[in-house]
Design a binder for this molecule. Structure first.
Ligand code: GTP
Ligand code: MG
Length: 279
């Protein structure tokens, strides 16, 4: 994903043509940076002296990324409550499993709420992960009230003095009720149980610029404190991370790199930028 390495090499070599800039533009747009951001970065590169161009691009990339903390919140006095949201199929349930794996691996205790009650398979999928990783999964009845499941799970997490409660939610409802209303209801239950500490929005990197629209929608409706960008192992070119942070200001906290529980890494902006520069 070294989007800028070729142009940097050409600039250093001192023979750069109009078609090189065109090629860079296609590369950036093809990597999901979006036309505006691509053009801005190119203008910055063109306006810099040869020996300053890498630093200028680095600065521009850094200012494009969110300045907000990428650390997962941990509340000491009660279970830290994490709500996981996103459209269907983005990788919410898998990301919840990855979080369980990461947190329990770091010695934290976790309780999970299976609040996607609209598909029987969704509950089983989470229970299977819970058994594998050794985390209690609180589930209700198929097609039951997700807010009731969250209420029970919050109580369990408190009784067990768990470090974290993670709530998996539906991406689509098979009823007439509105997903955002449902999420708002779950949000209120968590607020009453102590507070919502993180709302993590799961975005599939392979959906490109669509991810930005989803992020805005969820941010406006339920508030979002961080993103999980999944499927970065696939054909996704990864520029969407820059575009989404610039357009929404929401920090990417984790990257999903596969279907396994350990295919999950915290998003590190320095190594992401080095990757883009090929340095
Ligand atoms: N390659 C790859 N596949 C992933 C990743 N994360 C999730 N998946 C796959 O994407 C598919 C959907 O994942 P789920 O976790 O079920 O997605 P979801 O958002 O919970 O879906 P719904 O509950 O239907 O809304 C599954 O086949 C996962 O294995 C990832 O980082 N990389
Ligand atoms: Mg799911």
């Amino acid at each position: 994903m070294a989007l800028f390495s070729k142009i940097l090499a050409k600039i250093r070599g001192g023979n750069i043509s109009a078609s090189d800039w065109q090629e860079l533009r296609s590369t950036l747009i093809g990597a999901d940076l979006g036309a505006n951001l691509s053009d801005e970065l190119i203008a910055i590169a063109q306006g810099s002296k040869t020996d300053g161009v890498e630093a200028a691009i680095t600065t521009a990339l850094r200012s494009t990324l969110s300045k907000n903390s990428r650390e997962l919140v941990l509340v000491e006095s009660r279970p830290t409550m994490i709500l996981v949201v996103g459209v269907n199929g983005t990788g919410k349930t898998t990301s919840v499993a990855k979080l369980m794996h990461l947190l329990t691996g770091g010695g934290k205790s976790v309780v999970v709420a299976a609040a996607d009650t609209f598909r029987a398979a969704a509950i089983e999928q989470l229970q299977t992960w819970g058994e594998r990783i050794g985390v209690p999964v609180i589930a209700g009845k198929f097609q039951g009230d997700p807010a009731a499941v969250v209420f029970d799970a919050a109580k369990q997490a408190q009784q067990r003095s768990s470090d974290y409660l993670i709530v998996d939610t539906a991406g689509r409802l098979h009823t007439k009720s509105n997903l955002m209303d449902e999420l708002a209801k779950i949000h209120r239950v968590l607020e009453k149980a102590g507070g919502v500490d993180e709302v993590l929005l799961v975005v599939d990197a392979t959906t490109g610029q669509n991810g930005i629209i989803q992020a805005r929608h969820f941010a406006d409706s339920v508030g979002v404190t961080g993103l999980i960008l999944t499927k970065m192992d696939g054909s996704a070119k990864g520029g969407i991370a820059l575009a989404i942070e610039r357009e929404t200001g929401i920090p990417i906290k984790f990257i999903g790199t596969g279907e396994g529980a350990s295919d999950f890494v915290p998003f590190d902006s320095d190594s992401y930028i080095s990757g883009l520069l090929g340095s």
